[in-house]
Design a protein around this ligand. Structure first.
Ligand code: CA
Length: 203
């Protein structure tokens, strides 16, 4: 009986070890935007992906950098140009818990539609790209030219998760016209350290 219990414990522990060490690598590239050219076009490093509506967008500039280069994200002038969502995406197994960080601000002298928000998001996606869960940082919801640090820890990736997306997200309220502008820099995404299980020793 004792032998069987020990075997079961070993199986359990190996399962924990497997969960703690997923085979996929989840780590942002060009999280500081220093690998991109700050020439007012979309970040050129190849790490970041475009996503926005209409005349919204995102470009790499030095004026958007907390240090060096940064991401200058903006909504378009029309009500339909509601959001800008530059992202990176990775393979991600269910159960993964992630920690996302980044810095955000509104640049001096730029417009801000009341009710807009700038935040970091982690989106868990299924094999068809459908969002299973989205975890957002505390938003920047009023203009602040001082850089604000944001940190979020996700829930475990839901069953069915195939990919995870880290998003620099800017959105103005539905139906509003006008520009909102936000800057993002020093982005990171990594596995959250699991709580350590205490080992129970046999007498
Ligand atoms: Ca930078």
């Amino acid at each position: 009986m004792r032998r069987k219990i020990m075997i079961n414990a070993a199986v359990f522990l190996s399962g924990v070890a497997l969960m703690a060490e997923p085979t996929s690598t989840i780590e942002l590239r060009d999280g500081q935007f220093e690998e991109s050219t700050p020439n007012g076009s979309f970040p050129s490093s190849g790490a970041w992906q475009r996503s926005w509506l209409g005349e919204a967008g995102a470009v790499c500039t030095t004026t958007a950098g907390r240090s060096g280069n940064g991401l200058w994200a903006y909504t378009g002038p029309n009500s339909s140009d509601q959001w800008s969502a530059t992202y990176q995406e990775f393979t991600c197994p269910p159960g993964t818990v992630l920690r996302a960080e980044g810095w955000v601000r509104t640049p001096p002298g730029e417009e801000w539609v009341k009710g807009s928000k700038a935040e970091f998001q982690v989106r868990f996606l299924d094999g068809n790209g459908n969002e299973l869960a989205t975890v957002a940082s505390e938003p920047l919801s009023t203009p602040s030219t001082d850089w604000q640090r944001r940190v979020l820890v996700t829930c475990p990736a839901p069953i069915g998760t195939v990919r995870v997306r880290y998003v620099c997200y800017l959105e103005k309220p539905s139906g509003e016209v006008g520009h909102s502008v936000a800057n993002f820099d020093d982005c990171s995404l990594r596995l959250q350290e699991e709580p350590h299980f205490q080992t129970v020793k046999s007498p």
